[in-house]
Design a protein around this ligand. Structure first.
Ligand code: GDP
Length: 388
């Protein structure tokens, strides 16, 4: 499906930048247009793939290109004030080509955390297409203010979008990695998962095995109904001649063996679901789901997707699990993407909210006592007068 991607803030811009590179690399065709909005000019300058004309610097009057310093209330105010500037940039996207909007932001900062929900609300008022959010949660060691920002932004963002796709930095970081190097790797993980999902809905009906290919309407239907979503992904390397066709030297290769292909796909669906999700949750709490098998057309079979789909039905107890495939010629990996939508049992969100509440209370207490202490510091018991 064709997306208008809008990255809000630093993380949002960088992820959109990665989406553009990924779409090019896999020839996915799922990006209609990629925009980046920020209050900090240096962040916009650091992007590589978002065209200059698609970079929008807002809040010049308030912050003069210097960012909002993790103040997400200011981020929201600035977005509201300068919404017309963002709209001008969106006006340049051929709207009739767009199946959905995807607003991407790190939820722990200021610009994206505050601005993304404001933009989502605006887009929903103007356009008939669905507006999705992709929200990145901060790692737990980033500190109270980031957690509080994320908890407040989450509450607002999820209300304003048709569905909030969530990625949790906490689960995806690795020990010993530099912050920048870490984000680079994490951003590639993000765009691979969400990119493959959206690219899957972009395969034309003239392509391979058209009848079982995932359609954009299946993605939209899985996401409709709101709430939050998470994605699992698992792959396995298979032998091919590089064109997606079976190597002529491996006569007994399981590519022609339907049973093995079926088993492989079914086990990939399990691995994707029970392995690392973009946001950990109790899978049985999912309301809807979508299973997409990816890889060389000869390695995909209908039965495998169907078995995987049925397994997910049993696992979630949901009757609304869709399935299909996304044939990719030229690769040697078979994979399964599992989209779980409308998940409600998410301990990480409960924890985020709890820590956010504690951070808010502590901040208020510290502020109140700092005010008292300062008052007593300057108080001379009436012995000294101020100059004026
Ligand atoms: P903003 O520019 O004020 O919106 O704030 P940032 O986007 O810089 O930061 C918000 C949060 O996003 C941080 O707390 C991090 O958790 C996360 N973050 C920042 N940069 C990246 C990135 O490149 N990738 C990912 N996955 N997360 C990031």
């Amino acid at each position: 499906m064709k997306l208008a991607l809008i990255g809000f803030g630093q993380a949002g811009g960088k992820v959109v930048d990665h989406f553009l590179a990924y779409d090019d690399a896999i020839d996915g065709g799922f990006v209609e247009s990629g925009l980046a909005v920020n209050t900090a000019t240096t962040d916009l300058q650091g992007l590589e793939h978002v065209p200059q004309s698609h970079r929008v610097c807002i809040g010049q009057a308030r912050v003069n290109g210097h960012g909002v310093g993790a103040d997400n209330e200011l981020g929201a105010e600035v977005a509201e004030t300068d919404i017309d500037e963002i709209q001008h940039a969106i006006d340049r996207i051929p709207n009739h080509e767009v199946d959905a909007f995807l607003v991407v932001a790190g939820m722990g900062g200021g610009t994206g955390s505050g601005g993304a929900p404001v933009l989502a609300k605006h887009l929903k008022r103007i356009y008939t297409q669905p507006v999705y959010g992709l929200g990145v949660l901060p790692a737990t060691d980033e500190g109270g203010i980031y957690t509080l920002n994320a908890a407040r932004s989450f509450r607002t963002f999820v209300r304003e979008v048709d569905n909030l796709l969530v990625f949790d930095n906490e689960v995806w970081r690795s020990a010993g990695e530099s912050v920048e190097g870490g984000y680079d790797r994490i951003n590639r993980e993000i765009v691979e998962r969400f990119g493959l999902l959206f690219a899957a809905g972009e395969v034309g009906h003239g392509d391979h095995v058209a009848e079982s290919v995932v359609d954009s309407s299946e993605i939209i239907n899985t996401l409709s109904g709101g709430g939050i979503s998470t994605i699992g992904y698992a792959t396995e390397t298979v032998e091919t001649d590089g064109s997606g066709l079976l190597s002529s030297f491996t006569g007994s290769d399981d590519g022609f063996d339907d049973g093995s292909a079926t088993n492989r796909l079914t086990s990939l669906v399990r691995k994707a679901t029970l392995g690392r999700l973009t946001l950990s949750c109790d899978v049985s709490s999912a309301d809807r789901g979508l299973v997409v098998a990816t890889g060389p057309p000869r390695k995909l079979n209908r039965k495998g997707v169907e078995r995987g789909r049925q397994w997910l039905e049993d696992e979630t107890g949901s009757m609304e699990i869709r399935g299909g495939d996304y044939p990719i010629t030229g690769g040697n990996e078979v994979g399964a993407i599992v989209l779980l939508s409308g998940v409600t049992d998410v301990p990480r969100i409960d924890q985020l909210q709890q820590v956010g509440i504690e951070a808010k209370e502590t901040t208020e207490e510290v502020r109140a006592s700092a005010e008292d202490e300062f008052a007593s510091l300057v108080d001379t018991g009436g012995e000294l007068d101020a100059l004026f």
